[in-house]
Design a protein around this ligand. Structure first.
Ligand code: DAT
Ligand code: MG
Length: 132
C-alpha cells in the first residue's frame, strides 16, 4: 500500500472545501490515515516547497501557503500518489479538467486549493515534515 500527502491550502480551507475534498478522495477509495489543521510557519513552507526556491513565484507561494490554516492529511491506497493527483487535477485550474477538484473549484494557479505529492519519495518526505 502506498501513502500520499494531501493538503487543503488556505484558499480551500477558507472557502469551506475540506469536507468536499475529503469526500472525493474517500469516494475514490483512498483511506484517510492522519489529519491535522495547522498554519504553516515560513520555515515549514520553505522546506515543503524547496524544489521551487529558485522560481520567481517562490516568495508569493510562501506568503500564500502561510496565510491561514490548512488541512494536512495522509492517504493510503494502491498507487495513491498518482490517483490523488488525478482526483486533484492539473496545476493550473484554468486548464484542469471538469470533474477534478481544481477543475471544479479553481480559476488561477496562485490559488489552486489543494496540494498532492508528486511521487512516493516526495510523499514520504512531506509526511515526515508534517507528521514527524
Ligand atoms: P503542483 O502543486 O501541481 O504539484 P508545482 O509543484 O509545479 O504544482 O507547483 C507548486 C505550486 O506552486 C502550485 O500548486 C501553485 C504554485 N505555482 C506553480 N506554478 C506557478 C506559476 N507559474 N505562478 C504562480 N504560482 C505557481
Ligand atoms: Mg508539486
Amino acid at each position: 500500500m502506498e501513502r500520499t500527502f494531501v493538503m487543503v491550502k488556505p484558499d480551500g480551507f477558507r472557502r469551506g472545501l475540506v469536507g468536499e475534498i475529503v469526500s472525493r478522495l474517500e469516494r475514490k477509495g483512498l483511506t484517510l490515515r492522519e489529519a491535522r489543521v495547522l498554519t504553516l510557519t515560513r520555515e515549514l513552507a520553505e522546506e515543503h516547497y524547496r524544489e521551487h526556491r529558485d522560481k520567481k513565484f517562490f516568495g508569493e507561494l510562501v506568503d500564500f501557503i502561510t496565510s491561514g490554516p490548512v488541512f494536512a492529511s495522509v492517504w493510503e491506497g494502491p498507487d495513491s500518489v498518482a490517483v490523488a493527483r488525478r482526483v486533484i487535477g492539473s496545476t493550473n485550474p484554468a486548464e484542469a479538467a471538469p470533474g477534478t477538484i481544481r477543475g471544479d473549484f479553481g480559476l488561477t494557479v496562485d490559488s489552486n486549493i489543494v496540494h498532492g505529492s508528486d511521487s512516493p519519495a516526495s510523499a514520504e518526505r512531506e509526511i515526515g515534515l508534517f507528521f514527524g
